[in-house]
Write a protein that binds this ligand. Structure first.
Ligand code: FDA
Length: 497
């Protein structure tokens, strides 16, 4: 409520915010979480909370009047459609050179993502978070994060026989015939549930094209894990459809937080001022960076250091499809949850997930999301005349990612006698190089903050999300975001409270 005073205010309910809320509550601290997206706990007129990828409706996108599907063409035809403007679940946020996809709602990215829960290979960790003790991370915090998130792996025997992973077995065969290491990718999806979906004994989710706009069953989002346990402490309150617009010093070492309440069309319905002893920025890499850069430039937090807004990367995301021969069908029924990848990081700087094309028809296509070692880093800055934060990522910087992804797919195409699909991202366009699912950085650990996420110029202000990670995790990022948050909050509770 307007005028309230809280011990801890957390901005955002994604991985970083949820870890902070649970651990602080367990330590006896009352926490208030502020989330700009919806609660996603109430079914719509069709009885479902979330819509699927084949019929995106008002629930699909954050305040857009037309869908912006990551895979925006099929057979060279655009597939986007008009939708009512609504505070939907997936934000396709457009900057000059890149579209950044993000989850909006209680649970953040865990609502929309594929649940792929990958711990980086230990030999790569020094490049991911150079100032963090790897022994502690691999001995304590990665195991803790994996356990709390409910990470598991597909049963290899079931994988070998189920129709819904025909596409992944084709991916495996082609990878292995070209001599690439093939790996199973762990996921937070409930694998027993998926087996029952295939057996026809439960309502389908992954097998009904649910991903990107939410899963009605099967996926352990943060709503089922960290946030459920945080709520069970009785010390955590969550305000959905509330957006933080300002944080500034107040009397007594506290902070005044300005919060806009919004309706489902995006209109502001109320503005509230809350006083907090401590504030955790957990609005995601883009959300936290945008807030900090604007608050520094406009005088609310002028003492933030010059590293704020720097070190942003796209985790080297790039997508492509391959056209298979008629004797390599990938299956009309495809699980929307990927379960395997091709690891060519050491030799070629690319880790490619074998991804589904859950169209419901046979496409003879293999589809991949590659994470690559793209070295480019962008900076957020405040454009005073436009009144907004901009990101200087250049579209051409994706060429580095394409070159690395090609170390895998050029070889497979040459071995198999196949070609790239040119109809998935436009008319004769091979590479999905206009987007990222994995924004990272903008308030990098040990640069914009101290080595535990403290914004040291302002005691009581912390960053605890993907903004801390300098642009790349070599694999999908949320396990690393979660494990780093576990490490940092343990230190903060022990020394600051
Ligand atoms: P996160 O983005 O999760 O949460 C931030 C929250 O803050 C959001 O809920 C947002 O609405 C809220 N917020 C922002 N600004 C605010 C403000 N001013 N006031 C109030 N609230 C505010 N990763 C992975 O490891 N495996 C995978 O399979 C995938 N797949 C995938 C698919 C798709 C489609 C997407 C979009 C992303 C993925 N990811 C992924 C990425 C993963 O989801 C992402 O890295 C994490 O969610 C980031 O966690 P954070 O805690 O940093 O922020």
């Amino acid at each position: 409520a307007d005028g309230a005073r809280v011990p801890v205010l957390v901005i955002g309910t994604g991985y970083g915010g949820s870890v902070a809320a649970l651990r602080l509550a367990q330590a006896g601290v009352d926490v208030h979480m502020v989330e700009m997206g919806m609660a996603w706990d109430t079914p719509g007129p069709d009885g479902k909370i979330f819509c699927n990828t084949r019929e995106p409706d008002y629930r699909s996108y954050w305040l857009r009047t037309r869908t912006k599907a990551p895979l925006n063409y099929f057979l060279g035809l655009p597939i986007d459609r008009d939708i009512p403007r609504h505070t939907g679940i997936l934000d396709a946020e457009e900057f000059g050179g890149i579209t950044v996809y993000q989850g909006r709602g209680v649970g953040g990215g865990s609502l929309v993502n594929g649940g792929m829960a990958v711990t980086p290979r230990r030999e790569n960790f020094g490049a991911v978070l150079p100032s963090v003790n790897a022994d502690e991370m691999y001995g304590v915090y990665y195991p803790r994060a994996n356990a709390e998130l409910g990470v598991g792996v597909v049963d290899p025997a079931w994988f070998d026989s189920t129709a819904c992973y025909q596409y992944a077995r084709v991916g495996r065969k082609h990878a292995q015939r070209s001599g690439f290491p093939f790996v199973f990718v762990p996921d937070v999806y409930d694998w027993d549930y998926m087996e029952r979906e295939a057996a026809g004994t439960v309502t389908r989710s992954a097998l009904a094209g649910e991903i990107l706009y939410g899963n009605n069953h099967g996926k352990r989002s943060l709503q089922q894990t960290y946030l459920a346990r945080a709520r069970a402490t009785g010390r955590v309150a969550i305000s959905p459809l509330h957006r933080v617009t300002s944080v500034a010093p107040a009397a007594g070492g506290r902070y005044t937080v300005v919060i806009e309440q919004i309706g489902t069309t995006g209109a502001v319905t109320a503005v509230k001022n809350v006083t907090a002893d401590r504030v955790f920025f957990a609005a995601g890499s883009v959300g936290t960076s945008k807030l900090l850069v604007r608050l520094k430039a406009t005088g609310a937090l002028p003492g933030l250091n010059g590293e704020v807004g720097r070190g942003w990367g796209d985790n080297g995301n790039v997508m492509c499809g391959r056209a298979n021969h008629m004797w390599d069908p990938t299956g009309a029924l495809q699980s929307a949850i990927p379960c395997c990848g091709i690891d060519n990081w050491a030799a070629g700087g690319a880790f490619a997930e074998v991804a589904p094309l859950p169209t419901g028809i046979e496409t003879y296509a293999s589809f991949y999301l590659s994470i690559t070692n793209n070295p480019n880093r962008a900076q957020f800055s405040w454009n005073a005349s436009a009144g907004k934060v901009e990101l200087n990522w250049q579209a051409a910087w994706k060429q580095a990612s394409i070159t690395m992804a090609k170390t895998i797919f050029d070889k497979i195409n040459s071995r198999e006698g196949t070609i790239y699909r040119t109809d998935l991202f436009g008319v004769y366009k091979i590479w999905g190089d206009h987007l990222t699912y994995h924004p990272l950085g903008g308030a990098v650990l040990n640069r914009a903050t101290d080595n535990y996420g403290r914004l040291t110029a302002y005691p009581g202000l912390y960053v605890i999300d993907g903004a801390l990670i300098p642009g790349n995790t070599t694999v999908n990022p949320f396990v690393t975001i979660t494990a780093l948050a576990e490490r940092n909050i343990e230190k903060i509770i022990a020394t600051d409270l």
